[in-house]
Ligand binder design. Structure first.
Ligand SMILES: Nc1ncnc2c1ncn2[C@@H]1O[C@H](COP(=O)(O)OP(=O)(O)OP(=O)(O)O)[C@@H](O)[C@H]1O
Length: 221
């Protein structure tokens, strides 16, 4: 589903060259959830951006659904991102001027993958049925993040990439959102790669990896 093959990335900083990812290998299967942990500045967001094709590795390959991102030009990569990837962020990134149903179907419409029945099912599963005409500001933080999850899943992505998706929520909302997210990953058999600082959030995921000094080490399987 997702494969990182010998991925390396170095940044040039005022202090010199910074090797953030050093020949990283990782594979993620359908229906599998993986937590990516590591101290601040260890390169977690860089790895996530590279997996999403938003940033290119210096060396190595990213393969999504058997397609190597480096073999595609930028328009083709953007199309693959729209059609196969769901992105979930700490700051929900909903469109404030769009109501719930329009936010939910936004990416699906852009990807020409809109499916009314699937959207209605997702709204129901996410506890947002009946809120279709509400705007993001009328929703709680937990509801907003559930909507952002729905938006990511509305395209039926093969890969979900999430950066601290529960970082802005209180513990109880975080637990609800995480449980729903993991249920939907199993149900739709997509793969989930999630960055988190919290061992508690990582615990229910299938596998946990730590990034440290450019290397990835599995700590739970
Ligand atoms: N465009 C860039 N140019 C130079 N250095 C960069 C660039 N992007 C990231 N870095 C550096 O690379 C390292 C890894 O950054 P990254 O954001 O991936 O870490 P992170 O593990 O996600 O951190 P955090 O947990 O604080 O979000 C940091 O030292 C950062 O300063």
């Amino acid at each position: 589903m997702l494969a990182l093959q010998q991925v390396s990335k170095t940044f040039t900083t005022p202090q010199g060259q910074l090797l953030v990812l050093n020949e990283i290998n990782l594979t993620l299967a359908r229906g599998e959830s993986l937590a990516l942990m590591g101290e601040s500045g260890s390169g977690k967001s860089t790895l996530l951006h590279i997996a999403a094709g938003l940033e290119a590795p210096d060396l190595g390959h990213v393969v999504i659904d058997e397609q190597s991102l480096s073999s595609l030009n930028e328009p083709a990569r953007a199309k693959l991102r729209r059609q196969q990837l769901g992105l979930i962020f700490q700051q929900f990134h909903l469109v404030p001027s769009l109501n719930v149903i329009d936010n939910l179907t936004l990416q699906a419409r852009l990807a020409h993958k809109e499916d009314g029945e699937w959207s209605a099912y997702l709204l129901d599963r996410l506890g947002l049925a009946g809120r279709e005409r509400h705007y993001p500001e009328q929703l709680s933080g937990g509801q907003q993040q559930r909507l952002a999850i729905g938006r990511a899943l509305a395209v039926r992505p093969s890969l979900l990439l999430a950066d601290e998706p529960t970082g802005n929520l209180d513990e109880q909302s975080a637990d609800t959102v995480l449980a729903l997210l993991l249920d939907l990953v199993k149900e739709t058999q997509c793969a989930l790669l999630m960055v988190t600082h919290s061992a508690r959030v990582a615990a229910p995921l299938d596998r946990t990896f730590h990034l440290h000094l450019g290397s990835l080490k599995e700590t739970k399987r």
